[in-house]
Design a protein around this ligand. Structure first.
Ligand SMILES: Cc1cc2nc3c(=O)[nH]c(=O)nc-3n(C[C@H](O)[C@H](O)[C@H](O)COP(=O)(O)OP(=O)(O)OC[C@H]3O[C@@H](n4cnc5c(N)ncnc54)[C@H](O)[C@@H]3O)c2cc1C
Length: 306
């Protein structure tokens, strides 16, 4: 089996940053990832990452990839399916070859939460989706719904309002809770209708989605709207299911301290999958730096980087 000193899993801001810091510390570095950029590829544009006044998520992801590839970092474009402890090291089972690594930085981020409403699975990719940016162009001049009134829901509604005929923003809470600068833009868009205190219960249609039913939270009344598309944007959950030997929170975040150390020596967690306070790209990148420098120190102190 292939053996490595340091393996980073995840090519988002945390993983890319970790890879650059690790290789610049003269540690042979393997990066296993399914893509470059991670969640940044799901966003229309980034305006709060230092040095980028307004950059598309796709473009910033390309720059991350270019930066990583500028170094002698070994890259495996595979999915890590399971990570296990083995003889004082870590065994990573991937869709390609398996790897035994002395230390690991896990930076696998988060994935979209499911709503678990009736018809959600049935109409997935036939009107129901979890990525407004990816699916938005399918709904040019059509009517769509965004489910979720937080950060991603409000951003998705603004994005879709420039493509679709009409956007229903369906929010379970009393009011929208996204980034204030985004929430403030919602009333300026004539074609966005906000429906607060509404619990989405069911998606319906024939082959393709035709609409959805929601329950008015206060009255219990069921209402129906006709839409061609519905984007579920109700938050995200950690992609930590591939690791079972480390302490996690109830929601699955990997418990980590300010140095990105976890409950297991030699195993570091960086970015959104860890218990960092803010799920932001710049915070994840900073975490990647900290995790890499800690892992390098660990390898040196344990004479594992000879
Ligand atoms: C719609 C949206 C808009 C956003 N807007 C902003 C914004 O404007 N500004 C901002 O700062 N932040 C924004 N964020 C948040 C930001 O994108 C995240 O905080 C950041 O990307 C987290 O970085 P990460 O590296 O921890 O994880 P991720 O970006 O999630 O990257 C995880 C990486 O791990 C890989 N991966 C996952 N599982 C595996 C596996 N099993 N095997 C191999 N590879 C795997 C993925 O392919 C990906 O490359 C937004 C997020 C969303 C969803």
């Amino acid at each position: 089996m292939e053996e490595r000193k340091l393996t980073i899993i995840g090519g988002g801001p945390a993983g890319c940053s970790a890879a650059i810091y690790a290789v610049r510390s003269n540690v042979e570095t393997l990066l296993i990832t399914e893509d470059f950029g991670g969640q940044l590829m799901l966003t229309d544009h980034i305006s709060n990452y230092l040095g980028f006044k307004k950059e598309s998520g796709f473009s910033i992801s390309e720059k991350f990839e270019e930066h990583v590839k500028d170094y002698d970092i070994e890259i495996m474009m595979e999915k890590a399916e399971q990570v296990e402890k083995k003889d004082g090291q870590f065994l990573i089972r991937t869709t390609g070859e398996d790897i035994l690594s002395e230390t690991i930085i896990i930076a696998v981020g988060t994935k979209a939460k499911k709503l678990d409403a009736k018809g959600e699975k049935e109409f997935l990719n036939n009107g129901v989706g979890y990525c407004a940016l990816c699916d938005g162009p399918l709904y040019r001049d059509k009517d769509v719904a965004v489910i979720g009134g937080g950060y991603s829901g409000t951003e998705a509604a603004i994005y879709l309002s420039n493509i679709a005929n009409k956007v229903y923003l369906i929010n379970a809470g009393d009011e929208l809770t996204g980034e204030p600068i985004t929430v403030d833009k919602i009333p300026e868009q004539d074609n966005i209708e906000v429906i607060n205190k509404a619990l989405t219960k069911e998606f319906f249609g024939e082959e393709m989605l035709k609409g959805l039913r929601y329950e008015e939270r206060e009255t219990g009344e069921i209402k129906e709207i006709n839409v061609d598309g519905a984007m579920i944007e109700i938050g995200r959950e950690p992609r930590s299911e591939i690791i079972n030997f480390v302490d996690k929170t109830d929601e699955g975040k990997i418990k980590s301290d300010n140095y990105c150390r976890t409950s297991v020596e030699g195993f570091y967690a960086a970015g959104d999958v860890s218990t960092i306070e803010e799920e932001q790209a710049i915070v994840a990148a900073s975490d990647g730096c900290k995790a890499a420098l800690q892992a390098v120190r660990y390898l040196k102190e344990n004479n594992k980087n000879d």
